[in-house]
Write a protein that binds this ligand. Structure first.
Ligand code: ADP
Length: 260
């Protein structure tokens, strides 16, 4: 089984609220279908969640009544993006089922407290294609918080120990520096968990409430510590997701899992 994360940077336009890149998602759905792989899909919120979540300061926990409105609005937006993703998968005859985090997990001070993992397993066993996504959630200490798609990937990896984790973004993989702001950034083809320790990167202008690539690097370090390989690839390039899903060569970054 594979844990696949499709980032908000690929299926939304991050700088413009609520813009879904349908053509890209439809192509990725076709590549998923063609691969025939058993997958749990996680998708990011992109411009459907981050802009409202930031406006209402949801990442900092409950501070004022107006945030309740912001929480609800953010959820409405990410649920809408999720419905577009589900529809795209469904149109390829993939039996997608939506598992919204707000109703099946709780955080405690941004860290995972409870998660009904077994529901994923039960749907998988019955031949469904479980789909979850970055969402607003309850937090035992902060009242309310955000659960990023990347935290979901890490949590699912720890529980399911998949054959690999894949992050689909709008870049060819992991670079030595942020490629959007450094023209001398070089693509890393292959890296170990130890080497990853020395890599830091600069934030983007459309900075996510969940820290963008900086946070992703930390997540990937933790995935590596479970002994699982992580692959980062460009979802805007045709065929790359399919090739990685079926184990064929292409352009991507592989982060080799350390000893579990
Ligand atoms: P997503 O929302 O799709 O999960 P993020 O926006 O969190 O993705 O991360 C992808 C973005 O990270 C890329 O669009 C790129 O601009 C930025 N980035 C920053 N540093 C790096 C790096 N070292 N390598 C690759 N991308 C990077």
């Amino acid at each position: 089984m594979i844990i696949l994360k499709i980032g908000g940077s690929v299926i939304t336009n991050k700088s413009q609220e609520n813009t879904f890149k349908k053509q890209t998602m439809d192509r990725l759905s076709k590549e998923i279908k063609r691969s025939g792989k058993k997958i749990i899909l996680v998708h990011g919120a992109g411009s459907f969640g981050h802009i409202t979540a930031k406006k209402y300061g949801l990442q900092n926990g409950f501070q004022e009544a107006e945030q309740i409105r912001g929480f609800s609005l953010t959820h409405k937006a990410v649920q809408k993006l999720n419905s577009y993703v589900i529809e795209s998968l469904y149109n390829q005859d993939i039996p997608a089922i939506s598992l919204p985090p707000h109703s099946m997990l709780r955080l405690n001070n941004h860290m995972l407290k409870t998660f009904e993992f077994e529901i994923f397993n039960m749907y998988l066993k019955r031949g469904f294609f479980p789909v979850t996504f970055g969402d607003v959630v309850l937090d035992d200490t902060l009242g309310i918080s955000i659960c990023s798609g990347d935290l979901l990937v890490l949590s699912l990896v720890k529980y399911f120990k998949p054959e690999k984790a894949i992050f689909v973004t709008d870049e060819d993989g992991l670079y030595t520096k942020n490629p959007k702001i450094n023209s001398d950034a070089e693509l890393i083809n292959s890296i170990t968990e130890n080497e990853l320790e020395n890599l830091t990167t600069d934030a983007d202008s459309h900075d996510d409430v969940t820290e963008g690539m900086k946070g992703k690097i930390d997540t990937i370090k933790n995935i590596s510590k479970c002994g699982i390989d992580t692959i980062l690839l460009n979802g805007n390039k045709q065929g790359r997701l399919y090739n990685v899903l079926v184990g064929e060569d292409d352009t991507y970054t592989i982060v080799h899992g350390g000893r579990a």
